[in-house]
Design a protein around this ligand. Sequence first.
Ligand code: MG
Length: 230
Amino acid sequence: MLFIIGGTKIEPTKIVCLGRNYLDHIKETNAPIPTEPVFFIKTLNTLITNNQPIIYPKILYENQEFNRVDHEIELAFIMGHMGKNVAARFAFDYIQGYTIFLDMTARNMQIRDRNIKLPWYRSKNFDTFGPIGPKIIPSSDIDDPHNLDIQLKVNDELRQKSNTKHMLFKIPEIVEYISKFITLKKGDIIATGTPSGIKPIVPGDIIEASIEKIGKITHKVILEGDENSY
Ligand code: MG
């Protein structure tokens, strides 16, 4: 799928997301600390870019059991080359650049599905649940992706604030690990996990997510069906 992020065309075949990659987030979700990277796939229908609305699914809004959608801000990188079995020491040679990704999550659905031993798939892959942007900063312009301030505000309230130095598994290990299992293609998007502070959003909210040296994305949350009233 051809997708344009801040003027840069990419052709991702998948979005690979790290789960449980910041200790403070692992604690807030009562999850076990992983001994190797935990990853899952988001589908391409989730992608939107800066200033496009996040559509809050009616099927969640109208179901008390499932009605919670959380923000998760994450540093993402874009693969510049195809890679399989990439050694950690060469990982940075494969990275085109960095950007901001929001791993939007239907939290109650995720918890409920996990509790009955079903996959996370549907809670992660609603349309518009993968905002990305505002642009791709070339890897040559970011000396150290593991020392970037990362923060997210909702309606001007600070919700998530951390630094990418707190990642449990760093980018070279992430590339090495994922590429043992699947071929990473040029254009693929890898999101490196979220710090603590995940909280629900509701229709009408304005989300502003920023990462040092990359910029900021802004997204309004709109209830499905109300798209034309904005
Ligand atoms: Mg996440």
